[in-house]
Design a protein around this ligand. Structure first.
Ligand SMILES: [Ca+2]
Length: 336
């Protein structure tokens, strides 16, 4: 049987591959020079975001409608306008802030609230996984990389970007997550102080407890129509950016761990048993493809379960088992 990875054409292709991965550190910067990929990516994520936002609008509209039809079933400290109160209640509930200034007080409204929270988690999940909020952080990253590319000597560039590895430093990532949180905190303080006429200290306290979704029984937080409207938008965006920030930092940590593991694996020498394990076709030597697969497995990037379907697909495209795929194999009709 012929070796699936040992033939010349595979090796040539892989040399191209090897060139491209020879500078993994510059990958992120190189990525900036491929606007087409970036545009397709943007278009895809835009359509996902649009769907998630449409779902949110339907969900909140239904919530407000049910609130409006069952107003008697709620206890309110202050009335503004039924629609605004409904929206405010829905968002305070959905974001798990739970001030307690509007509470359900009948079997129907209590059942509705439970169901609303449950469905709300699904909507929040969709909004978060739509990438809308992590996108804000990735845009910041791209901006930092751009800035570093144009002015590599500046102090800010060297603080935010690791020029040698061509990536944004962890401290800059933590910084951007915190800056978004600070921004929502400041917005909340301003609304509470100027719209709701609450003192500076209590505004800071209330804003902090809201942005962190703690809530407590803050029954006097938002009483006015404008305040409740602004609070609805603010609570939704601050909760999403808080969770989005956590997700982004978790992703950054995983990236960091992967990079460290990769570095370690690349530095390791092979034992005899590892050599035999890596020699997939048992022909006594390692082709570049076998070596790449072996190292990727060691790095934890792929498992045998990932490889088997790929080999099966290769076999389908190579029905004569020559161990290579040629253009006529892929486009039999156009071959001469
Ligand atoms: Ca081999």
């Amino acid at each position: 049987m012929q070796a699936p990875f040992s033939d010349y054409s595979t090796t040539v292709d892989l040399h191209g591959f090897r060139r491209s991965i020879s500078a993994p550190a510059m990958a992120e910067i190189n990525d900036l020079s491929h606007p087409n990929d970036w545009k397709t990516e943007q278009r895809d994520s835009k359509s996902i975001v649009r769907k998630a936002v449409a779902l949110l609008v339907v969900y909140l509209s239904l919530g407000v409608l049910i609130y409006w039809l069952n107003q008697d079933g709620f206890i309110l400290k202050n009335h503004a306008h039924p629609v605004v109160d409904g929206l405010y209640f829905c968002i305070v509930t959905m974001c798990t802030v739970g001030y307690g200034d509007i509470t359900p007080d009948s079997v129907v409204t209590k059942l509705f609230s439970m169901l609303f929270v449950l469905v709300g988690f699904g909507v929040l999940y969709l909004l978060l996984t739509s990438g809308m909020f992590t996108c804000v952080f990735h845009l910041q990253e791209r901006y930092m990389l751009h800035a570093a590319m144009y002015d590599p000597e500046s102090k800010i560039s060297s603080y935010t970007v690791d020029m040698k590895e061509g990536r944004v430093r962890m401290r800059a990532k933590v910084g951007s997550a915190l800056s978004v949180l600070m921004l929502s905190l400041v917005f909340g303080v301003l609304v509470l102080h100027f719209v709701e006429k609450i003192g500076w200290f209590d505004s800071v306290y209330l804003s902090f407890m809201s942005v962190t979704t703690v809530g407590y029984g803050e029954q006097e937080a938002f009483k006015t129509l404008t305040g409740r409207l602004l609070a609805s938008v603010w609570l939704l965006s601050s909760t999403l950016s808080l969770v989005g920030g956590f997700l982004y930092l978790a992703e950054a940590r995983t990236d960091k761990r992967n990079r460290e593991r990769s570095k370690q694996v690349l530095g390791e020498n092979m034992s005899i048993s590892q050599f035999f394990a890596a020699d997939i076709d048992n022909n006594g030597y390692l082709s570049i493809a076998e070596f790449v697969i072996y190292k990727l497995k060691e790095m934890g990037r792929i498992t045998s379960e990932d490889i088997i379907p790929i080999i099966n697909r290769f076999d389908q495209l190579d029905p004569t088992h020559r161990g290579k795929i040629t253009l006529p194999d892929l486009f039999p009709a156009t071959s001469v």
